[in-house]
Design a protein around this ligand. Structure first.
Ligand code: UTP
Length: 294
């Protein structure tokens, strides 16, 4: 029997240096796309994928994330007294949304280190990892797509994205072979090897790992046993590579559009496209953009 995934870990303890100065006193995960913080998009994706328990790995200066998912009595009272029912419902929906637990990463020692901090809360069961600065717009939530593969094979699955050669060195890159069967999907790969941030001419493929994972609990032992890698950080990719010695890992080239909202240009793209899709803003925003002297 394949154990169901019940928990999603959100590493949110990084320093967000690519977005300074905005991230000096404010977590990157709280930057809003239109009117919703990045991390809320990720949490909603987990919920819509059927994963109800959220574990957020936070660090120094991240208390705004905890406040965001907490009840705000003063704000609710004020909205109630002014009879702002819609806004009240929006605010309540956020705190009612999730069953959330927090764990601290005292120092930003890498994504692998952040995931390892969640070990006690996850326990010996499979779990999801969502990096909330990778925002994914898709019909079926990206995490749900990965869970479908996990529920078939009972093995770890990572989200893959085709990336142009000139950008590949920013990612963990896989060496993988297509898996032909399984309903004729051409999106599924079995991973042979992976490398964190390879030089462009040494990358084993153009398939990069992006911020969605379903992991079996062996990853914790692997992360405990490896040394820091690229950039002196404990890398999740290196932990996965260690798991590969004894277990299969799959990659799924997900359907959807991914925005790197942790990067300024990616964030701007996501802002424009999400605003254009909004029923309450889209039309007016489109007219505004069209009138710009570009
Ligand atoms: P990034 O690679 O985007 O790093 O982390 P960062 O520090 O957040 O941002 P930049 O590159 O300096 O601008 C990917 C994810 O892993 C988390 C981050 O919060 C982000 O969600 N992370 C990274 C941690 O939780 N801890 C770490 O030590 C490193």
């Amino acid at each position: 029997m394949i154990t169901k995934v019940r928990k999603a870990v959100f590493p949110a303890a990084g320093l967000g240096t690519r977005f300074l100065p905005a991230t000096k006193a404010q977590p990157k995960e709280m930057l809003p796309l239109v009117d919703k913080p990045l991390i809320q998009y990720g949490v909603e994706e987990a919920m819509h994928s059927g994963v109800q328990n959220i574990i957020i790995v936070t660090g120094r200066g991240k208390s705004a994330i905890e406040d965001h998912f907490d009840v705000s009595f003063e704000l609710e009272q004020l909205l109630e007294s002014r009879n702002k029912k819609d806004l009240l419902a929006t605010v309540r929906a956020v705190s009612d949304m999730i069953n959330v637990a927090y764990v601290r990463q005292k120092e930003a020692l890498g994504l692998g280190h952040a995931v390892l901090r969640a070990r006690e809360l996850v326990g010996a069961e499979p779990f999801a990892v969502i990096l909330s600065d990778d925002v994914i717009d898709s019909d079926t939530p990206c995490l749900r797509q990965l869970l479908d593969v996990y529920e078939f094979y009972g093995a770890s699955v990572v989200a893959l994205l085709e990336v142009p050669k000139e950008n590949i060195s920013a990612y963990g890159v896989v060496d993988a072979e297509r898996v032909g069967h399984n309903g004729g999907r051409d999106r599924l790969y079995r991973i042979r090897n992976m490398v964190e941030k390879p030089k462009a001419n040494e990358a084993p493929s153009n398939l990069a790992i992006i911020g969605r994972y379903v992991l079996t609990p062996e990853i914790f032992e692997s992360l405990e046993s490896i040394e820091p890698g690229s950039g002196g950080e404990l890398q999740l990719t290196d932990g996965l590579k260690h798991v590969l010695r004894s277990r299969p890992i799959y990659g799924y080239r997900f359907e959807g559009t991914r925005y790197d909202a942790g990067d300024k240009l990616g964030f701007l793209r996501a802002t424009v496209e999400f605003a254009l899709k909004r029923y309450d803003l889209g039309e007016e925003f489109r007219s505004y953009l069209k009138a710009l002297p570009l």
